[in-house]
Structures are given as structure tokens and as C-alpha cells.
Write a protein that binds this ligand. Sequence first.
Ligand code: OAD
Length: 238
Amino acid sequence: MVEFSPDTKVVILTGAGISAESGIKTFRASDGLWENHAIEDVATPYAWERDPELVWNFYQGRRSQLKEVEPNPAHQALVILEQYLGDNLLLVTQNVDDLHSRAGSKNLIHMHGELRILRCEECHETFDMMEKEHLTDQYVPCPSCSNQRLRPHIVWFHEMPFQLPEIYAAVEECDVFMTIGTSGHVYPAAGLIDVAKQSGALCVGVNLDEPMNYELHDEFHQGKAGELLPNLVNEWLS
Ligand code: OAD
């Protein structure tokens, strides 16, 4: 049973399931297709090299969708937890949407990148670009150099997730490790629970179905995050 004091060190790993109730499709919901595309056709550096227009238009669709979705009670519950734990809570998300930060989460790492941001492969600068003129099917040129085509700031398959040293350091130190809305298919994120377990953390899961690494959880709550988390956070803090 989880018990929290303001000194409890917590790392939470979220995945697509936490945004499902906001209307964003999960990755593995429909036979390996993501919004009608095979992941390898749109989410690898090779796809970007081979067919940049397809990849660009796919991500422009995902970026535009951010304007139509709102954080749900699960995102909001994690903000309440952060208000109690302060810097002792690190939220690590695999999600590329902006719903955690729009809900108000502050101590947040987007390990797989962010849809809001475009990156220059020449000068390596990143830009938060969500105005109307940035969301069309035209490529967006780099404001800092002569490159005419920024890329999505997304960690594609075969690329290295962001801020891994910070994530591992926090997981090795935490008292409680939680997974929420993630299927446990994609590494290294799916392996963080092994690190947490080896370091003696209590591992808690909240998911609609049993994830691949289900047996590593000490406590598991099956159901929709938006329905379960507000009550769980309430219980944990009372
Ligand atoms: P998945 O689509 O693999 O898994 C989503 C999980 O959320 C599943 O286990 C569902 O059962 C669960 N789920 C669905 N609705 C839910 C709800 N309302 N409440 C709670 N759980 C719910 O997504 P991820 O595990 O996030 O990587 O996928 C990991 C990575 O694979 C993604 O970050 C992405 C993808 O390829 C990259 O793009 C690099």
C-alpha cells in the first residue's frame, strides 16, 4: 500500500493511455496502426529520409490535433500530487502531446520529444512553433540558419530518448515508481521499472489492461486512468 509524506521520492512514467480519455489514440490500439499508418512508415529517421512529405504531413496532423484536445482528470490528478510532493515528484512521459504541461505539471521530462517543437538538423536549435502558419502542409524553414526544412522534435525508433541520465538517476533514488497508461512494449522506457525494483522502490501501475511488465508491479489498479487516478491521489494524500 502506497504511503506518501512530502519527502517521498516518486517517479511516474506515463504513456499514451493517460491521454486516451482526452481523445488522442494510443499506439497499439488498432492492430499496430497509428492513425492509419504503420509506425515504421512515419516514426523512423529512414521514413523521414525516404518520404519526408508523408512524415511531415502525418506529424502536422498530430500537431494540429493538440488544438482540439484538453487535459483530462488523470493529468489533473498528477498536478495535485506534484503540489504535495514538489520537487520530489518527477513526471517522465513517453507522450509527445502537451497535456501534462497544459494541466500544470512542472517537473516533467518528455523522453520521446514534443509535438509542439520543431528542430533544425543543421544548427540543432529547437523552436516552439504552434501558430497557424506553422501547422500547414508547407515545410517550416529554420529561423536561425538557411535550412529550409525543420523536422519534428520527436524521438523516432532507432533514436535515443532524451534526458536518460537524469531519468535513471531519479529512478534509482525513488521510493515509489508508477507506470500509468503504458503497455510496456517500448524500451528503454519499459525497463525503468526493473531499475526501480532493483533499487527497492514500490512499483505501482494504473492501466486499462495488464502491461507486458505487469508482474513487476507490487500494486496494480486496472481501469481508466481518468476514472481511477483522482480517487487514488485523494486516498494517497489523505
Ligand atoms: P501503447 O499504445 O503501447 O499503450 C497504451 C496503454 O494504455 C495500453 O496498455 C492500454 O491498455 C492503456 N490504456 C488505454 N486507455 C487507457 C485509459 N483510459 N487509462 C489507462 N490506460 C489506458 O502506448 P505507450 O506505452 O505509451 O514511442 O507506447 C510507448 C511508445 O510507443 C510511444 O511513446 C511511442 C510508441 O511507439 C515513440 O514514438 C518513440
